[in-house]
Write a protein that binds this ligand. Structure first.
Ligand SMILES: [Zn+2]
Ligand SMILES: [Zn+2]
Length: 171
């Protein structure tokens, strides 16, 4: 399927054009495909919710929005299930002459929130999820899930090079 939404995230901005300086507030929900990173995804069929405020600025429309979506995925330490919610605050511009890079395309009197929502969710998904901040991970010796099982293996201190890598990923 294409990048386009089913239309549930389209907003008719005709009311904005009629009253200069006015603001349009909308709440929408839509299902978008392909909202996933390698370890986290918005479950297929789950809706993404958006609360948006649209304001007219000369020829452009400025959209301030809060985007919310449930996600689930795999914990990077214990490989168990991890889940949470993406909450992203965004402020973007729609313009008739958009190059598709810095701004979104304004098509006549319609603003399609789908590309904005897609970008916000993809940026908000955790690239390296954790089931819990304190997840103990898997035992490097026997493979036991150390959240559930104190296996008692003699685990030597982790290689400092790996610790440095872990610190990088935590940032
Ligand atoms: Zn975990
Ligand atoms: Zn063990």
């Amino acid at each position: 399927m294409s990048e386009r939404s089913d239309g549930s995230l389209l907003v008719d901005i005709t009311p904005l054009r009629k009253v200069p300086g006015s603001v349009l507030r909308v709440q929408r929900a839509g299902r978008l495909r392909g909202l996933h990173l390698s370890l986290a995804a918005v479950p297929e069929g789950d809706a993404v919710a958006v609360e948006a405020e649209l304001a007219w600025a000369s020829d452009d429309v400025v959209v301030t929005a809060t985007v919310r979506a449930p996600w689930s995925g795999q914990c990077r330490r214990c490989l168990g299930t991890a889940a949470g919610e993406v909450v992203a605050e965004v402020r973007e511009v729609y313009e008739p002459t958009s190059d598709g890079e810095e701004t979104y395309a304004l098509d006549g009197s319609q603003v399609d929130l789908a590309p904005l929502v897609r970008d916000a969710v993809l940026l908000g998904l955790p690239p390296a999820p954790l089931c819990d901040e304190g997840c103990q991970g898997l035992c490097p010796v026997c493979g036991a899930n150390r959240n559930e099982d104190r296996c008692g293996c003699d685990v030597s201190p982790p290689d400092p090079r790996w610790a440095a890598l872990d610190a990088l990923r935590d940032n």
